[in-house]
Ligand binder design. Structure first.
Ligand code: ARG
Length: 574
């Protein structure tokens, strides 16, 4: 894509002496108000070098570059050179870029040769994959796609919560009240009910707690029966999680969860001891992080068993040694802020100079219109149920809109749109904000929603079907296209939004903020719809039609690529 700043800098460099090209580039501004031009060059700094008044310098530059074909108009206003890019030139360059790249439009190679780990989802075995987990799953998946588009080599890790004392309780409960068939039929709901029962029973039978602790110790020591039961719970749970991942179109490169590190911990407890970082506290071992305002971190319990935080320290070092990451990203709820601050601090104290390449990306809470959820009491809303409900509700809407669509088509569209709507809603707000999940809002076809954007994509597809293959082929090749037809306000504004898309991806990556992409997709969709309403696209003038269809193809590509970054499909019909 033409980098306008580069081109402008080159033109200005020919007219002024004493400044490096890169200095000029840095000085070029993009005015807030487009009346001041698409780009502006302030001349204050030049006064010293050139020993002339800034307005005079600006005047000289403006006159010197005004004739370049790149510009429609160049003006001097006080100390500024205000430059208006030729619309024709701009639209031409933008469309050439989008159409040449197609599915790859937006991708760059900023991250080439660098490895990034994105850890996300990470649900707990034998606990429900509830609506709260969707956040990590969907935000993490989008961050993965964004980093992939930036050219990084991304490794996706699901750090399963498959270890810890709760497995002692679960096995204990299963032995007392469990039934194999029930577990096979509905693993997570059944295992959860045992876990809930354990917490009720232990109130009146405190000896259950001791039994559970003993079982966990056996599990830690690798006793066959306990390990087999644990493995079975893990397998059955994973089957259920995978069903949800398949619905969302999400996969992972590694499921190395907490249990994976169970035998890798002694090394770190030793390293901590060697560095004099460990302190005894009531039989347990802690690291004092008070000097950093982070309290105390408990790394081994009085019975010698290790904890969540110790496993995270081991995992970070393992990942560095295995993948030699450039960045190690954790998409985990903001409730765990302290946990991440603590262990990253500990890794730093251990002397690992890459500690700060581990980044915690927190996000806010999601609650449902009809109340909150709690695992202990078993009052949870399962993600799978939410997704199924979204698909069912969408089916009704699609049927109403397309009375003549076949059952199979309706099914497929409803899946893409229903699940897409949930994903889009998830990624609409800044991730750190808490939000309430509202059905009316999620499935609204006219708001700033997933269905609206997908519908806009389908509308582009429908225009192309109507234009016919011959025209689309010419347009896609930009064969003899006259870009004058694309200089109307709505066409030009749409082209500007397309031009910005690659920079939006870079920004979203730097801020780990998929909502930046989401908002830009909405802008592009609105931009297209304005163009669609303002302009007669399929006119009798073939030249004009080809030009306009080229813009439709470009808009469709950009919207589709944007949706893909969120993990959404772009249906051709709706
Ligand atoms: N399993 C945890 C939970 O659901 C999240 C794990 C986060 N990742 C980590 N490396 N600590 O709460």
């Amino acid at each position: 894509m033409v980098n306008f700043k580069d081109e402008i800098a080159k033109l200005i460099a020919e007219k002024v002496e004493g400044l490096e090209l890169s200095e000029i580039q840095d000085m070029i501004e993009v005015p807030q108000d487009t009346k001041m031009g698409d780009y502006a060059f302030p001349c204050f700094k030049l006064a010293k070098v050139l020993r002339k008044a800034p307005p005079l310098i600006a005047k000289g530059i403006a006159e010197g570059i005004a004739d370049a074909p790149l510009f429609e108009k160049v003006e001097q206003v006080n100390a500024y050179v205000n430059m208006f890019i030729s619309k024709e030139e701009f639209v031409k360059d933008t469309l050439e870029e989008v159409l040449a790249k197609g599915d790859d439009f937006g991708r760059t190679d900023i991250g080439a040769g660098k490895k990034v780990i994105v850890e996300y989802s990470s649900p707990n075995i034998a606990k429900p994959f509830h609506i709260g987990h969707i956040r990590s799953t969907v935000i993490g998946n989008s961050i993965y796609k964004i980093y992939d588009a930036l050219g990084y080599d991304v490794v996706r890790i699901n750090h399963l919560g498959d270890y810890g004392t709760q497995f002692g309780k679960m096995i204990c409960a299963y032995r007392h009240w469990g039934n194999k068939e029930d577990v096979i039929k509905e693993p997570i709901k059944t295992l959860l009910s045992y876990y809930t029962k354990f917490h009720v029973e232990v109130e009146t039978h405190p000896e259950l707690d001791d039994e559970a602790r003993e079982i966990f110790t056996k599990l830690e020591h690798g006793e066959k029966e306990e390990v087999e039961l644990w493995q079975w719970f893990r397998d059955e749970s994973l089957k259920e999680f995978t069903r949800v991942y398949d619905m969302l179109g999400i996969s992972f490169d590694s499921y190395a969860g907490e249990s994976f590190y169970s035998d890798k911990m002694p090394r770190f407890v030793q390293e901590l001891a060697d560095k004099g970082l460990l302190e005894e506290s009531q039989g347990a071992q802690i690291v004092d992080l008070e000097p950093y305002g982070l309290g105390a971190a408990l790394v081994t319990k009085s019975d010698g068993s290790t904890l969540y935080i110790t496993r995270d320290i081991a995992a970070a070092v393992y990942r560095k040694e295995t993948y030699d990451f450039y960045k190690n990203i954790y998409v985990v709820a903001s409730q765990q802020n302290l946990h991440f601050q603590q262990w990253i601090q500990i890794v730093e104290l251990l002397g690992y100079e890459w500690a700060r390449d581990c980044v915690h990306i927190p996000f806010g809470l999601v609650s449902l219109e009809d109340g909150t959820m709690s695992t202990r009491e078993g009052r949870v809303v399962f993600l799978e149920d939410v997704l199924n409900k979204a698909v069912d509700k969408t089916k009704e809407i699609i049927k109403e809109k397309n009375a003549d669509a076949s059952e199979a088509d309706v099914d497929e569209i409803a899946k893409a749109v229903g699940i897409g709507a949930v994903i889009f809603q998830e990624l609409s707000n800044n991730r750190i904000k808490d939000y309430t999940f509202k059905w009316d809002k999620v499935l609204n076809f006219d708001g700033e929603t997933g269905p609206y954007v997908q519908y806009t994509h389908a509308r582009c597809a429908s225009v192309l079907r109507k234009a016919g293959e011959a025209i689309v082929k010419k347009a896609a090749a930009l064969e003899g296209v006259d870009f004058q037809y694309l200089c109307s306000e709505s066409a030009y504004e749409l082209a500007k939004l397309l031009y910005k898309f690659p920079a939006v991806i870079v920004d979203a990556g730097e801020k780990y903020e998929p909502s930046i992409v989401t908002r830009h997709i909405v802008d592009m969709a609105q931009g297209f719809n304005r163009f669609y309403h303002d302009e007669h696209i399929l006119t009798d003038n073939e030249e004009e039609q080809v030009a306009k269809v080229a813009l439709v193809i470009a808009a469709k590509d950009a919207i589709k690529n944007g949706l893909a970054l969120l993990g959404m499909k772009a249906p051709e019909r709706m």
